[in-house]
Each structure stands twice: as structure tokens, then as C-alpha cells.
Design a protein around this ligand. Sequence first.
Ligand SMILES: Nc1ncnc2c1ncn2[C@@H]1O[C@H](COP(=O)(O)OP(=O)(O)OP(=O)(O)O)[C@@H](O)[C@H]1O
Ligand SMILES: [Mg+2]
Length: 350
Amino acid sequence: MTSGIRFDGVTVTYGSNTVLDHLDLTVEPGEVMALLGPSGSGKTTALRAVAGFVRPASGRVLIGDRDVTALPPYKRGIGMVVQQYALFPHLKVEANVAFGLKAQKVPKGEIPGRVAEALEMTGMAAYAQRYPRELSGGQQQRVAIARALAIRPNVLLLDEPLSALDAQLRSGMLAELARLHRELPDVSILYVTHDQVEALTLADRIAVMDKARLQDCGTPQDLYRRPRTEFTASFVGNANLLPVTVGEKGATFEGVTLDVPIAEAASGTTATLCVRPHLVGLGPGPNALSGRITEVQWRGSTHRLYVEVGGHRVKADVRELRETPPLGGEVTLHFAREDAVLLAAGVTDG
Ligand SMILES: Nc1ncnc2c1ncn2[C@@H]1O[C@H](COP(=O)(O)OP(=O)(O)OP(=O)(O)O)[C@@H](O)[C@H]1O
Ligand SMILES: [Mg+2]
């Protein structure tokens, strides 16, 4: 059986509301695709369309080369972990994990072995006889994942699987999900999150959603280093977005001519320059900008400086400073030509 997921012009509407607008997206066999976007952008809806819980108004959903648009959920061979991982409270861990196997009419004799295998993979073998209420949040989450894996799906749908966990547990589970995927290299994973760290860490590619539409799609490195839109730039990582006017060789910001790549942007046009805060240095250097410090945040290993340059606030994340610079003080910031990306005006979301 082939895996992989394809959205082919999938549109989902509720009444007169279009909540997924003509989605075209392919998840390759064995690929982890993160769906990243703000609340309400249509991420869960996209997942539900793959699982079969919502029927598209138009378009097709394919799993492998099979059009599943009209198939009921249980015939799609999909493992799914929903946003509020719902374990059955009255069933022990073992029975929770066996649930999908029974629904699929797996022969009775095979079920215990398959349950044990799934619990083993998620490190929950010792908890088979417990009830969900006797488990921590992270352990419940593992059981939910074991339940999804037990049916040996070709496609695994994960909807914010870590959102209920605290930061430390979350980073542990992230590493485990990465390991699980190495153990199941043929399974295609669609992973919904609004956490960019999860998307950057786990995904082979990230699909950025906003307002029911796919805004951008690429490898984490692509989207981070070469964002194409302001929305992507600010949603995948932090960004300074500076309004500039393109000149012959560079761009002008607040009267300062900057040496930045302008590609084919026409002279005289306005554009937005994206510079990541951690690539902004303190002190003189190329592309120097002077301004007044309006805020300083100590973040442990770094200091975040907010500097007012003309009417704009520029963020700089610098290695922890020995002495905190005074508010209102004048400073100079700089950045290298190759660390700036020019975003043409008009390619923002909308
Ligand atoms: N059953 C429904 N009936 C009507 N509107 C719905 C229904 N389900 C979702 N919506 C709407 O569709 C839009 C997209 O919802 P969706 O759940 O896909 O967002 P999301 O990106 O998953 O957001 P979140 O990050 O908050 O989970 C929202 O505006 C939501 O209110
Ligand atoms: Mg959601």
C-alpha cells in the first residue's frame, strides 16, 4: 500500500463561511509535514478532511493514489491523535489501545501482540493495566499515540499533540516523536501546531496557513532563511520588518542607505526588509543604524534590545551583556548584507 497525502483543491465551508479555501498540498510518503498557523486558520479542518470527519464542499483528498474523498473514516487506514486527546476513561490503557483494532476487525488472536507492540513503541508497556485517570498528562498522550499507531497506519494525523504538556515534557515528547518517526520511516505524518519550535524541529517541510489559505510551504530552513512573505517571516521565527525604498544598489531605511540584496526589485519601489533579531549586532559595522534604547529584556543567555530608529522599533538579540545598557541611551546596530531578505510589497497575506 502506498502512503502520502494529497489535498487537491480542497475547500471546506460551514454555511457561508469558507474555513479552508482551495488547499493544494502534497505530503510525500514518509514525510513529516507541519501545518503551522494562528488559531482559526483552518489547520484542524484540514486534518479532519483527511480523516473523513468533514466533507469538502469541493476538491479531493487522496491517500497514496486512492481518492478517499467519499470514504468513511474507518476505511481510510489513518491513525489520528486529536487536539484534546480523548482516551476512554472507563477503559484501561490496554483496552484503549485495542479499540481501533477491534473496530477494524483485526482477528482476536492478533490483538494482544499488536497492543503490546504499540505500547512498547511509546514506552508505555508497564502501564497497560492502568486507567487513564491514573496517568500523567504526558503518559496519557503516549497512550493516545499508541492507540493511533496500533492500527499500523500509513498516515498519522497529529493535532497539537503536545499542547497540553508543560515545556519540559513537551521537549522530551518532541524527541520521542522524532525517534518514532525514524522507527516508522514509511508513515506520512501531518502535524498540526501553532508552535514554531515544534514545526522547525520535527518537520521535513512546513505548510504555513492563515485565514483559511496556504500562505507558504517549504523546508524549515527555506522558510526561516528565505521567507517570501511578511506573514511567513513573522510567523516562522522572529523578524524585524523594516519598510524600505529600493534604490539602484540597495535600499533606504529612515534616510540610511543599506547594502542589501535587492534581486529584481525595481528602483523606487517600496518593499519590506526582513532581518532576524539574532543576526543584528551591537556596535558599529556594515549597515549601521543608530537609535535610542526603549526596552531591554534579559532572557538568560541573551539580551533582547528594542531600539527606536526613526519611527521604527528594531529588535536585536545579542549575547548576554555584562552590563545592562541604560534605557534612553544611544546605540548603534548593524547587520550583514547576506542576513537581509527583501520582501516585495504585495506578497503579504491577503
Ligand atoms: N463545526 C464547525 N462549525 C462551524 N464553524 C467551524 C466548525 N469547526 C470549525 N469552524 C470554524 O472554522 C475555522 C477554522 O477552524 P479550525 O478548527 O480548523 O482552526 P485551527 O487552525 O485548528 O485553530 P486552533 O489553532 O485554534 O485549533 C474557525 O473559524 C472555526 O470557528
Ligand atoms: Mg485546531
